[in-house]
Every structure is written in structure tokens, then in C-alpha cells.
Design a protein around this ligand. Structure first.
Ligand SMILES: N[C@@H](CCC(=O)N[C@@H](CS)C(=O)NCC(=O)O)C(=O)O
Length: 236
């Protein structure tokens, strides 16, 4: 089993889908959480510190800098150990860094029923995740002006969300899970996204009992229930 280290803020956010998948598949990993206050330094210092570490024993006129294999080694090391696009979450797999939460989720669910049992189901699960993600990505999470942020959040939660919920309810119909006849990571993603939406608007699902039931079913899966019980309690 590879060595996994997940790096993200101390929140559910975009890392939670990865944590659900690890929990469900019973895969051990390090859940490395960084404080938001430390992030600017981590982001800007990452390259610099690593370079210093690698180059410290050398002086700049050292012959090592004319030695192609050494330069190649440094390049490879840097590619493997720096944040590829300066964004988190990232997942370190045996020392190699993967980025983009949903790509990581697809990687971890590959060849498991969580991805969907057929190519068609896998496409449906991907599409549903992307649909949810499209909506979650509309929120200006990092907006500094509180008034602008409130207005946009309000508009999305009161005017846009009802359309999405209506479509999700129709898509679910009277099925047990969104896709096929067993749980997929799309059901996980629904639970994760709706948990955050309910923090922002507690009555959001009042007129969508089937979508609430689906949340309860995901949360009742033993491995997920255990994770929800033990995870750090954060607002988002
Ligand atoms: N689509 C990417 C989004 C990554 C992303 O925007 N991460 C945010 C936190 S949710 C981040 O790294 N923010 C810090 C920054 O941009 O400096 C994913 O799903 O992984």
C-alpha cells in the first residue's frame, strides 16, 4: 500500500471527499492540516526552503553545478516536492505530489465500485460530481469585501440553489442512490457539499426530503459514520 499524506487547511472544504474515500476504502493516510495563518508562508517559502536545503552544502562555483546528472536530480526533486500549482489540497503518494481534489478522488476510486460499476455509471458519477462542483465553485469563498460576499452568497443560496435542488431531486427520483444500485463517490460529494450549504442556509433542504434521506444514508455507512464522529469539528 503506498504511503499517503494529504495536505489541506483545517477544514472539510475540498479535501473532505478525499477523506471520505480513504475512510470508506479503509486506507491509512496522514491527514496533515495547516493553519490558514501559516499558508502564505508555506506557499511562498516552499520552493525557496527546498532549494536552500538541497544547495546548502554546495557553493555556487562548485563543480556540481556543471554536472548534468546533479542538475537533473535537483529538477526532478523540485518537481516532485513543490506544490504544483500553489493550491491545496495536494496528496503525496510515496513522495509524488498529486493536485486537484476531484482528480485525486478519481485516482483513489479507480477500479472500485465507488467510481460506478460500468463505464456509463462512472460517467454519470463524474457528471454529478461536476454538477455539484460547478455550483460550489460559484461561491466567492475568498472574497475580502464582506458586503459583496454576503450578497453573492445570498443570491446563490436563495435564487440559484432551488433550481439545482429541483434537478437533483428529479435525478434521484425514487432511487436509493444517485447512480446504479449502490453508493458512489457522487453520493459522498452530495453529502459533503450539502453539509456546507446547510451551514450557510439551515432550511435549504426543508422541501427536499429525498435529498435529506440520501444524506442520512451516506452518513449511516459505518466507515463514514466513524469518520464523521472522529473528524475535527470545523465550520466549513
Ligand atoms: N479545483 C481545485 C481548487 C483548489 C483551490 O482553489 N484550493 C484553495 C483552497 S479551497 C487554495 O489553495 N487556496 C489558497 C490559495 O489560492 O492561495 C481543487 O479542487 O483542488
Amino acid at each position: 500500500m503506498p504511503n499517503y499524506k494529504l495536505m489541506y487547511f483545517n477544514m472539510r472544504g475540498r479535501a473532505e471527499i478525499i477523506r471520505y474515500i480513504f475512510a470508506y476504502l479503509d486506507i491509512k493516510y496522514e491527514d496533515h492540516r495547516i493553519e490558514e495563518a501559516d499558508w502564505p508562508e508555506i506557499k511562498s517559502m516552499q520552493n525557496h526552503q527546498l532549494l536552500v536545503q538541497i544547495l546548502q552544502p554546495c557553493s555556487l562555483d562548485s563543480p556540481v553545478f556543471h554536472h548534468k546528472p546533479i542538475i537533473l536530480f535537483i529538477q526532478t526533486y523540485m518537481e516532485q516536492h513543490t506544490l504544483p500549482f500553489g493550491k491545496i489540497p495536494v496528496l503525496e503518494v510515496d513522495g509524488l505530489l498529486l493536485h486537484q481534489s476531484l482528480a485525486i478522488a478519481r485516482y483513489l476510486t479507480k477500479n472500485t465500485d465507488l467510481a460506478g460499476k460500468t463505464a456509463m455509471e462512472q460517467c454519470q458519477a463524474d457528471a454529478l460530481v461536476d454538477t455539484l462542483d460547478d455550483f460550489m465553485s460559484c461561491f466567492p469563498w475568498a472574497e475580502k469585501k464582506q458586503e459583496v460576499k454576503n450578497e453573492m452568497f445570498n443570491k446563490l443560496l436563495t435564487r440559484e440553489a432551488p433550481h439545482l435542488l429541483q434537478s437533483l431531486g428529479t435525478y434521484l427520483g425514487d432511487k436509493e442512490w444517485f447512480i446504479g444500485n449502490s453508493v458512489t463517490w457522487a453520493d459522498f460529494y452530495w453529502d459533503i457539499c450539502s453539509t456546507t450549504l446547510l451551514v450557510l442556509k439551515p432550511d435549504l433542504l426543508d422541501s427536499h426530503p429525498s435529498l435529506q434521506t440520501l444524506r442520512k444514508k451516506v452518513q449511516a455507512i459505518p466507515a463514514i459514520a466513524a469518520w464523521i464522529q472522529q473528524r475535527p469539528q470545523t465550520r466549513l
